[in-house]
Design a protein around this ligand. Sequence first.
Ligand code: FAD
Length: 300
Amino acid sequence: MSPPAYPALSYELYPPRNAAAEDSLWTTIRRLEETRPDFVSVTYGAAGHNRDAAFTLLRRLLAETTLKPLAHLTCVGTSRDDLTAIIDRMIGGGVRGILALRGDAPEGDGPDPDGVEHADGLIRLIRDVEAGRTAQLAAGRISVGVAAYATRHPDSPNVEQDIEVLLAKEAAGADFAITQVFFQPADYSRLITRARRAGVTIPIIPGVMPLTSTRRLERLSSLAGVDVDDALWARLEGARTDGERRRVGVAATVELARAALDDGAPGLHLYTFNEHAAALDVLDALQLERPPEAGLAASL
Ligand code: FAD
């Protein structure tokens, strides 16, 4: 089997919260579409709080663009029956990739007693629903992705457990993983070394986020439980203008992405915050090869 001609490229988008945000997101989508990504992922609020907005965005991406959506799905706080219906609706609507996640329970909410506790259980449920739709899928498969962690997940006692869990996700039927944000090239290298040693074989795509303000760094840290990188923080704080801060954030992301690709990463997943400027700056600096404009079909 020959290696792929291009590193995979994908972007994360989140469903807009209002009409103004929707307009600005669609400007971003059209700019990102020009770079011919392999897929764009659409986040999903834990316990399904933004389910309608997520479905609207998925529907528009499928109907109005050339982009292939990867639908995030979280299982926390949702019954097995509801999850089954959501997966069925996604597949029935044309979604062919799902990122299977636990999510983080909103304050005061626990796991649903009739639900699925962890991402590995959600993968099995996706595979069950898929099995019932084999005819529609022309005996094909849904591509199932999962989260991986280059630094310890905040709920895990140690990184060894994170690797065991990644192995369990692959055993449950995951096809690939995307990492949580990380700041040091060595974090990704160590994850790959540990994962391969433990027997994980699926591709692990590094997730990188152009961080162009200390506010964003702070928010990321509180939402994802990722420790703030002190050196990046100091460089962002020392910048005198927004333009300089953007250059600092983009340069740090380019450095990280280049190191991961040099380390054999199969592609890049860019967390965009629904903004295209910094993501496109990162791509320009990396000069990542993309398929010809005529599309991949031209090489058939
Ligand atoms: P799990 O794999 O279930 O792991 C959670 C914890 O439980 C870990 O400590 C793990 O070690 C442990 N664990 C896992 N399986 C077992 C088991 N079988 N038995 C015992 N312990 C176990 N969140 C959202 O709400 N919406 C999103 O759209 C979203 N997108 C994301 C995209 C990416 C690429 C990433 C990396 C994260 C995303 N998240 C999202 C955040 C994610 O939901 C959180 O990181 C969450 O805390 C864990 O999700 P998980 O799927 O890794 O959970």
